[in-house]
Design a protein around this ligand. Sequence first.
Ligand code: PEP
Length: 272
Amino acid sequence: MRIPIVAGNWKMNTTVTEAERLVMEMLEKLNRIEGAEVVLCPPFVSLVAVGMMLEGSSIKLGAQNVYFVTAGAYTGEISPLMLSELCEFVIVGHSERRWHFGDTDEVVNKKVKAALANNLKPILCVGERLEEKEAGKTEEVIHRQVTAALDGIEHVVASDSSEYRLSRDAEIAASLVIAYEPVWAIGTGKAASGEQAAATIEFIRDVAAKTIDKNAAQSLRILYGGSVTAANIAEFVAHPQIDGALVGGASLKAVEFMSIIQQTIEIKGSTK
Ligand code: PEP
C-alpha cells in the first residue's frame, strides 16, 4: 500500500514572515494528519523558521533545489549535507530549474544521487513541454528524463545502513518520489486530465521498473503536478496509479491546500 503524498512547492514566494504566517494558518487545521504525508517546500531562507514551527507536527519539510557537491567553493549554492540537517525531502529537476537555470538530465542525475547519498528524499520532477506533447514525444521525453535521472542510483543507496535492512531496491523506492509535471500544465491553469496523467504515470512506473525491480517499483510513489487545485484534485487521486500531488500556486492558500489534502485522504482512504 503506497501512502499518498501532497507536497506544496511555494517556489520563490513568501518572505520569512509571510511563510511563518502561512504555516500558522495551516497548523491550526492540520496539526495531526493521518492517511497522507504532507510536505511543505518553502524557499531556502524560510527552512529553519518553518522547520521549527513544524516540530511536533506530522507535516514534513522539503527544499526546492540542491547542489550536488557536499561543500566547497560554489558561491550561492546549497549542499545536500546542509539540507540534511534541516529537511527530509528535496525537489530535484523541477521544470523551472531545467528551463530557466539549465539543469540538464546529467545535472539532475547528480542531484538525485547527491540527495540520496545524504539521506534526503528526492522528489524528482519529469515532464514534457507543449511542443513535445504536440509532436507525440511525451513517452520519449519521459523515458529519457527518468532513465537519465535514475542512472547509477543503486550505487549511492547502501542497504546495510538501513534500520530494517531493506533490500537496496526497496530502499530506493522508499526514499524516492517522482512527480509527473507536464510543463504545459505548470502555472497555466490548464491541468492534464486524470486519464492522461494516470497513463503517463503508469508509463513512468514501467520505466522505473527497469532500474529497480518490479516489486520495488510498485511501491514507488508517483505524483501528478500541474495546475492542481481544490476543484480538480479528486480527478487525479481517484486514479490508483496517482499517489498524490505536487502543488504549486494552490499550496500558497491555506484553505485550498487543506482541501486538497483532505480530499486526497478521503479518496485514497475509500479506494484502499
Ligand atoms: C509546481 O510548481 O510544481 C506546480 C505544479 O505549479 P502549479 O501547481 O502552480 O501549476
